[in-house]
Write a protein that binds this ligand. Structure first.
Ligand code: LMR
Length: 332
């Protein structure tokens, strides 16, 4: 074949780098509804990432555990079947990074600012770094506010928990917390919670209003106590090999999109949860209880020993660093 025809034929079959290949696809899986703070932030990241990379990246968001449930999601990320997740911080203990369970210590954070002081300080950075040997790169934290407790009976006194089967995430701190209240903790995937409550497999749970509302959990829980005993937040994580392998001029705008999305996620969390709580109240299906100071005090007294009991698992130094950053003061 004459040289010119050979070159022409090769040009037809060989894709020109970066042209004939499609966009880089980031599959972003999560377990909650699209209209929650996490769901909205995932969508915002998609919009920013696609715009900032001029279409070189396509982000596919899969909400509501449609690809994977809690534990499988983490495995899928490590295997590279999905590239991005935002699991709750309670989901990192089972991965072997037990220090993350510091975030589950009851009453650790007096307010949102105390939470951010931890995540934005050296401890927050150090914890994300601990994910790297697991093949995971941690990029940001997203807040989702304070947790409340629910059941089909009022939960006012600590004794009201006795014998209740309470769904928890797979965190040893949350397990210890429920036991300290006299309840029986049951680890269960988030996607199975509604049905488990409906069928009586479990009696109650803890969670944030935006999840109670969007999963319709309030329809199967007659009572909620606005205990604010715990805190729910997420780490935005990616498959390290995938992320590190991105061309630098793609990774940089993506990292900017991650930073911008974190600001958005942290700004909407409390508003979204307040609106969800209002909607739950308006439904008339669930009675909301605000603990009196005396009631709150008995919960705190019952739950403080969990901090000490978990020192060995979470690490004394990690707990001390979180206390310092959060300005934690133990109740008298
Ligand atoms: C849960 O399992 O309760 C949470 O992880 C749900 C969430 O908001 O991700």
């Amino acid at each position: 074949m004459p040289l010119r025809r050979l070159v022409l034929a090769a040009a037809l079959v060989l894709p020109v780098a970066g042209q004939a290949q499609g966009p880089i696809v980031i599959k972003f899986s999560h377990v909650v509804a699209p209209e929650t703070p996490k769901g909205k932030a995932a969508q915002r990241f998609k919009e920013l990432a696609e715009a900032r990379t001029g279409g070189r990246v396509r982000v596919e968001v899969y909400p509501n555990s449609q690809l994977y449930k809690d534990k499988e999601e983490m495995e899928a990320l490590q295997l590279g079947s999905v590239q991005m997740l935002a699991p709750s911080l309670a989901k990192f203990g089972p991965l072997g990074v037990k220090e993350f369970e510091v975030f589950d210590l009851p009453y650790l954070f007096k307010d949102t600012a105390a939470f951010h002081a931890v995540t934005e300080g050296p401890l927050g950075t150090e914890l994300l770094r601990k994910l790297e040997p697991k093949g995971i790169r941690g990029l940001a934290y997203w807040d989702n506010g304070f947790q409340i407790m629910s059941a089909n009976r009022p939960l006012r006194q600590v004794g009201d928990f006795r014998g209740l089967k309470m769904r928890i995430q797979a965190s040893k701190v949350l397990d210890a917390q429920m036991r300290a209240l006299g309840a029986v903790p049951q680890v269960m995937a988030f996607s199975e919670l509604y049905q488990a409550l409906q069928t009586g497999l479990v009696d109650g749970t803890e969670g944030v209003p935006s999840n109670y509302y969007t999963q319709k959990i309030f329809e199967v829980q007659k009572h909620m106590t606005l205990s604010n005993h715990g805190h729910l937040a997420y780490a935005v994580i990616v498959n390290k090999k995938f992320w590190d392998g991105l061309p630098a001029d793609v990774r940089a705008p993506l990292e900017a999109a991650v930073r911008e999305t974190a600001v958005y996620a942290n700004a909407i969390a409390s508003k979204e949860n307040a609106a969800a709580l209002q909607a739950i109240q308006a439904s008339g299906r669930t009675q909301l209880h605000t603990p009196t100071p005396a009631e709150a005090n008995t919960w705190k007294k019952a739950l403080m020993p969990v901090h000490q009991a978990m020192e060995q698992r979470v690490g004394k130094a990690t707990i001390a660093a979180a206390y310092r950053a959060a300005g934690f003061v133990a109740p008298d």
